[in-house]
Design a protein around this ligand. Structure first.
Ligand code: HGY
Ligand code: MN
Ligand code: MN
Length: 423
């Protein structure tokens, strides 16, 4: 994919101090932590790889003259002071954890574009009234620990720190213990209580969809995020001998789970292709060829931009699963529920004006992917900036973006942050 951002003239001010090569190199350096053979990244939340990524972010931040803070759920903050002490900061950032077959840009881009914006402010000799902070939120992906957006949900007051950190991964490791392990390597990080007043939050992210590339524009002005509901389904039958137990006496958890999945797929079928319905995890136990499965666990990720449809279809999941359980038992837990959100008009207008003033072609779009910005939007004026990724591919090792698009998004971010911090 050719970079779409390179056509714009070099702007004055902080945007003109954004360095494309420096930003790209930081992505490559960050991607070393959890690097996979085919070019992707596997950096689970609160893993040793995540700890090394946090250390790299902190070292870069210190070199920029910033202070480094964390909080009881491990959110990592980098702070550039403003001229007027005590003012609520303008916050930007995203996440450093990745999917198991993740890419170099999902999450990392928002953190590294934030650092680039700070370095550009330094290079351009720009001071701001308000402090500017860059954050790496804990466990955004929700892959190792469910649900996702752990750090931003606690920061936004949606859940308590102890409750959030009690979740366990597939190996039974509690998030609390995983955090303690990497925090042991961070004695120099200052600790602040969870949550503080934020003047505005702007998150930069790759689109993770094909629209910007198809429209051949380097920047997306994001208007909001669709709704998401996650469910965890456990089907319990009875293990039995594959060769002796007649079908009529079986309590086959796999047969019941497949019937549920078929019925859920019919429920969620949408000719307009707006519904997003995904079963990403499907585990059959004991997983022996000659034992009738006694347990199946599977997950549901259901999304829709309309709150009524999200409720209407999501509220039927339980009944559909129960209706197809046959002789088995079924447990259904809703593990995540986030309504659609519209971003704040003042912040969106600031992004829109910045894009116009910098001369970038752009388009306005909602986000299909979920982001920490959804929960920041519950407590402060919030918006997002997108850049294209190749073929819209993400949550895939092949995830790719161009240096010039990443720089274009960082220019818009840097200028937007300065405008918000001086407003
Ligand atoms: O699932 C999401 O939408 C985000 O990419 N974690
Ligand atoms: Mn992300
Ligand atoms: Mn992601």
């Amino acid at each position: 994919m050719t970079g779409l951002g390179s056509s714009a003239r070099k702007p004055a001010g902080v945007a003109g101090a954004v360095d494309e090569g420096r930003l790209w190199t930081r992505h490559m350096d960050m991607a070393r932590h959890g690097a996979l053979a085919r070019g992707g990244v596997n950096r689970p939340a609160l893993s040793a790889e995540d700890g090394r990524a946090r250390r790299l972010m902190a070292d870069w931040a210190r070199a920029l003259g910033c202070a480094v803070f964390t909080d009881p759920v491990g959110n990592l903050f980098v702070r550039r002071e403003g001229t007027e002490a005590g003012l609520a900061p303008v916050l930007t950032g995203s996440h450093l954890d990745t999917q198991p077959t993740g890419g170099k840009f999902d999450g990392s881009y928002g953190v590294l574009a934030g650092l680039e914006a700070i370095e550009a402010m330094n290079d351009a000799g720009i001071s701001t009234h308000r402090p500017v902070e860059v954050v790496a939120w804990t466990n955004e992906e929700g892959s190792r620990f469910q649900p996702g957006c752990l750090g931003s949900c606690v920061f936004a007051g949606r859940t308590g720190a102890d409750e959030a950190l009690a979740v366990r991964d597939r190996d039974g490791i509690a998030a609390h213990d995983a955090l303690a392990a990497i925090r042991a390597g961070e004695p120099d990080f200052l600790v602040r209580p969870v949550g503080f007043d934020v003047h505005a939050y702007v998150e930069a992210h790759i689109e993770q969809g094909p629209l910007l590339e198809k429209a051949r524009v380097p920047v997306g002005i994001v208007t909001g995020i669709q709704g998401t509901r996650w469910f965890a389904i456990e089907v319990l039958g009875e293990e039995a001998h594959a060769g002796t137990m007649p079908r009529r006496h079986r309590k086959d958890a796999f047969v019941a789970a497949v019937a549920m999945v078929g019925a859920l797929d019919r429920l969620m079928h949408d000719e307009d292709d707006v519904v997003r319905f995904t079963i990403g995890r499907f585990e059959v136990s004991p997983g022996s060829p000659n034992t009738v499965p006694g347990r199946v666990f599977f997950t549901i990720d259901f999304r829709h931009p309309d709150a009524h449809t999200l409720k209407r279809l999501g509220d039927q999941v339980q009944a559909v699963c129960r209706a197809h359980a046959g002789p088995c038992q079924v447990g259904i837990e809703e593990t995540f529920h986030a309504l659609p959100c519209a971003f704040d008009p003042m912040v969106v207008d600031t992004v829109r004006a910045t894009v116009r003033d910098l001369g970038f072609p752009a388009m306005e779009l909602p986000s299909g992917a979920n982001h920490d910005a959804k929960f920041l939007a519950e407590i402060c004026p919030t918006a997002m900036i997108f850049v294209p990724c190749e073929r819209g591919i993400s949550h895939n090792e092949a995830e790719s973006a161009s240096p010039s698009d990443l720089a274009a998004g960082a220019q818009v971010l840097a200028e937007t942050l300065v405008r918000l911090a001086n407003a």
